[in-house]
Design a protein around this ligand. Structure first.
Ligand code: HPA
Length: 272
């Protein structure tokens, strides 16, 4: 079946289950898994129940869509994402974003865990993504283009909405949450980067490195969404400190950031 028909099938299924059309989408990365707690009037739909959705195979990324409300705003949260490194193909990674777009959300908040490259950062920081480098060169728009959906050559100058960045900064200031701002550099993973790769990324403009987000943002921008990206700096990237990386520690560090991460994202939703 053609992808857009699969999207329509998934949307039909979801529309039968939800009462209100969401205006905001949010992808909950590692470190924001419990964000669901602050969502009111929740309707949870496991990925496995949605036609054409794949489930994530990564620990800490159990998959479901959570529809609900925060501060009177209807939203849909993706708890768990499919990373390209899971080997299901790039289409599986971005399919949920296509479905959220077809549900007619207007804004997408993308969150992730990332390794800090900028030496002014420290583990535990939050970084607003101001731009990205698609170093993995995985582009989900490769293939035929439907002009009704989006342009063949999408502009990526303002991939991350200036207006949403400003809002997030204002909320950070109001809540006394210190925010870094920088460039997210996309490697496919699943290996963490080598120290040499991290050094290279830094020279090429990276402030943080990670294994997600960029394909999702490309699809969201192609379909005209406004995007806000926030990284939880769970660790300093390989070689910045003289110690090895460990996924368990990265996850634990994500948990420590969770409180302020939740507060920030909730504050942003209240104010957009
Ligand atoms: N590299 C890539 N992805 C990550 C990292 C990292 O250091 N930390 C959390 N996600």
């Amino acid at each position: 079946m053609e992808v857009e028909n699969k999207v329509i099938e998934a949307v039909k299924h979801l529309e039968e289950k939800i009462k209100n059309v969401p205006e905001i989408g949010i992808i909950l990365g590692s470190g924001l898994g419990n964000f669901a707690e602050v969502i009111e009037e929740k309707i949870e739909i496991p990925y496995g129940d949605i036609p054409n959705f794949q489930s994530s195979t990564v620990k800490g990324h159990d998959g479901k869509l959570i529809f609900g409300k925060i501060a009177g705003k209807y939203l849909v949260a993706m708890k768990g994402r499919i990373h390209y490194y899971e080997g299901k193909g790039i289409e599986a990674s971005v399919f949920p974003i296509k479905v959220l777009c077809a549900l007619k959300i207007k804004k997408l908040i993308v969150t992730n865990a990332a390794g800090g490259v900028n030496k002014d950062f420290k583990a535990g920081d939050l970084m607003i993504i101001r731009d990205h480098v698609n170093f993995a060169q995985i582009n989900p728009l490769i293939g035929p283009n439907d002009e009704e959906i989006g342009p063949r050559f999408p502009d990526m100058t303002y991939s991350y909405s200036k207006e949403l960045i400003k809002k997030a900064e204002e909320v950070g200031e109001k809540l006394n949450i210190n925010l870094q701002k920088g460039v997210y550099f996309y490697f496919t993973g699943p290996t963490y980067e080598t120290p040499a790769e991290v050094k290279m990324a830094g020279i090429l403009g990276a402030d943080a490195v990670g294994m997600s987000t960029v394909p999702e943002v490309i699809v969201a921008r192609h379909r005209g969404l406004e995007v806000l990206g926030i990284s939880a700096i769970t660790n300093m990237a390989a070689g910045i400190l003289d110690k090895p990386l460990d996924h368990k520690e990265v996850m634990e560090s994500g948990k420590l950031i969770e409180g302020k991460f939740q507060k920030l994202v909730k504050g942003v939703i209240e104010n957009i």
